[in-house]
Ligand binder design. Structure first.
Ligand code: AMP
Ligand code: MG
Length: 342
């Protein structure tokens, strides 16, 4: 199949994208988090093709993307009042809520679960497509399974050219990491994935929030994760990654002592000059976590086009957006993490 790229967002391209969704096709959609691989969430055949195009395991559920909070009641039941408070505070935005599904949402979409993840994305073009199609769009991240998530239409083309009907180019993603996932079917609510909305912001609205242990550490063999996606290898470039935590001066010194000509280094821009003999990509200033989030997947992807045999990465502390950036780097590293001591 020929994958069409829509570079201009017009009434006509929105209508054509909505028609692709209504006809059971596959569409690359821009969102503020990462690009998604979208299809009609209520059409089992279309959803099956998402899994095939990505090479995604069938038990890894999809998030459904809705146009506004009032759509929650179309697809979910026993909705707690907290869901509407969160939607009021953070939608459209990088927050996915896990709620009990209505039967209209196929088990194919939910990976066999009786719950469904729902989000309202903050991108005008994608919101227009959802409204025009008048169905929720199921969309995982638009990468091949296991690869870093796409944050530009070009990344998505690299992975999906020839596999999907079209990609709607809505520019580079403004957040750059996937949505925060909160499970509202348990009490207290549980953070299943850190993402573009900080945990601190959720706590301001919800009070107590638990953090699933898979957010911070590797799952033991045979352990059953609460977010099925957490058990799969993720975001990984071809060369092995080691994450170095700790004070940035200490982590830079740690990497410097081990890096050579075939080392890839992901570092804060303040330290880039220490690694001129290596292949370097920066996360932006050590002080700017929003920039780390925007750059982390592009940095990981970059090294696949180089001859590096190992990658060391500096890493922000775990507050604010740092929790999500750290989680993505740790997963890319298969939880190979060392702490540099000052
Ligand atoms: P991605 O589409 O790549 O952002 O991955 C979606 C993530 O949402 C995966 O980690 C899924 O396991 C998680 N997810 C989606 N629906 C549910 C659900 N009903 N319960 C728990 N986790 C979910
Ligand atoms: Mg993904």
């Amino acid at each position: 199949m020929q994958t069409e790229i829509f570079t201009h967002i017009t009434e006509e391209t929105i209508a054509r994208c909505a028609a692709i969704i209504r006809n059971g096709g596959l569409l690359g959609i821009p969102t503020e988090t990462v690009y998604g691989l979208g299809a009609d969430a209520l059409n089992e055949d279309a959803v099956r093709r998402i899994f095939e195009a990505k090479g995604r395991p069938q038990d890894n559920p999809l998030i459904i993307h809705v146009a506004e909070a009032s759509w929650i009641a179309r697809y979910c039941e026993n909705v707690p009042e907290s869901a509407y408070r969160l939607a009021e505070a953070f939608w459209p935005g990088p927050l996915t809520m896990i709620l009990p599904r209505k039967k209209i949402v196929p088990l194919r979409t939910t990976g066999g679960l009786e719950t469904v993840g729902v989000r309202c994305p903050n991108h005008p073009a994608t919101l227009a497509v959802i409204r025009a199609a008048d169905v929720p769009i199921a969309a995982p991240s638009g990468n091949l399974s296991g690869r870093p998530s796409p944050t530009t239409a070009e990344h998505m083309r690299e992975d999906m050219d020839g596999r999907i009907d079209a990609i709607l180019d809505g520019g580079a993603c403004s957040v750059g990491v996937e949505s925060t996932i909160i499970d509202l079917t348990v009490s207290p609510p549980c953070l299943l994935r850190p993402g573009g909305l900080p945990l601190e912001s959720l706590r301001q609205v919800l009070g107590e929030v638990q953090v699933d242990k898979a957010v911070l550490q590797k799952m033991a063999d045979g352990e059953r994760p609460r977010a099925p996606g957490m058990k799969y290898r993720h975001y990984a470039p071809k060369a092995p990654v080691t994450v170095v935590t700790g004070d940035p001066h200490a982590s830079a010194a740690y990497i410097r002592a081990r890096a050579g000509a075939h080392t890839g280094v992901i570092c804060f821009s303040e330290f880039a000059e220490m690694f001129t003999d290596c292949t370097v990509k920066t996360l932006g200033s050590a002080l700017d976590k929003s920039e780390h989030a925007r750059r982390v997947f592009d940095d990981l992807r970059f090294f696949d086009g180089t001859d590096v045999t190992e990658i060391f990465a500096q890493c922000p502390d775990a507050t604010g957006l740092g929790l999500a950036v750290r989680n993505r780097l740790q997963k890319a590293a298969g939880f190979c993490v060392v702490e540099a001591k000052a």
